[in-house]
Design a binder for this molecule. Structure first.
Ligand code: BGC
Length: 239
């Protein structure tokens, strides 16, 4: 090495994975959360068993190149790396040690969180009461107070209206069944219901079905780009 020169600091790359009900996505992030690669996406296998999903992640990881650690957004409740629920995947996810299995498979440290929580980390300002609702196969939700996550908020399976849950009214199956107009009108009601419940400073709407939003939104309701579900992965390593 030439005199007076020092090695540049080692750059830690994070493989960010978003496991969704219809697609599994991955890309690499630098330490500041900037994109290093373009996103790869593979259809979620059916049945979406842990083995089938891990096989997909192995392929995505290989395609993305070298990384030092892994962040995963999972479409269900996650407690300390173990998946507790997975309403839109296979039933065998209940009690599955996802972080430990991925660590074994990829040989790198792994952190796993609920997908809406990850999306929220990628979107929030970190001030006041911020709520996230994701509109995809399922309905994800997250609550942050001054940037701190209130864990395990699950609106999806909570009663919303007409004896139906948020997911039964606003999930992808509901959008297909009821059509865009009805779905939009329900979304307007959900925005009001969440305001009444949380008096949020900002409500972020994320997920693939935000592209079907056709109602005017209040000034404090913002649509988040879908990539936030991967970008937020970097925050699982802050602290
Ligand atoms: C699950 C949530 C998840 C959401 C979006 C719901 O069915 O209960 O945990 O965030 O789908 O994937």
């Amino acid at each position: 090495m030439a005199q007076g020169k020092t090695e540049p600091p080692a750059r830690i790359k994070t493989l960010a994975v978003d496991i969704g009900g219809s697609g599994i996505k991955a890309l690499l992030l630098d330490e500041s959360g900037n994109l290093l690669t373009t996103r790869s996406r593979v259809e979620t296998p059916r049945p979406a068993t842990p083995k089938a999903v891990l096989d997909v992640i192995a392929g995505l990881a290989k395609a993305q190149g070298l990384f030092e650690r892994v962040s995963v957004g999972f479409p269900g409740v996650v407690r300390q790396g173990v998946t507790v629920t997975a309403p839109n995947l296979d039933a065998s996810w209940q009690g599955y040690k996802l972080a430990a299995s991925l660590k074994r498979m990829l040989g790198k440290p792994v952190r796993v969180a609920n997908d809406a929580d990850v999306q929220g980390f990628g979107a929030i300002a970190g001030r006041g009461v911020e709520v996230v609702m994701t509109l995809g196969t399922g309905v994800g939700s997250a609550l942050f107070v001054d940037g701190r996550l209130v864990p395990n908020l699950e609106l999806a399976h909570h009663l919303f209206r007409k004896g139906m849950t948020y997911e039964e009214q606003l999930g992808n199956a509901a959008l297909k069944k009821a059509g865009k107009e009805k779905w939009n009108s329900r979304l307007g009601k959900a925005i009001q219901a969440l305001d009444a419940l949380f008096t949020y400073d900002v409500l972020y709407l994320g997920g693939g079905n935000t592209k079907h939003i056709a109602i005017p939104l209040p000034a404090n309701v913002k649509i988040v780009p879908n990539v936030a579900g991967l970008l937020g992965g970097i925050f699982l390593w802050r602290e």
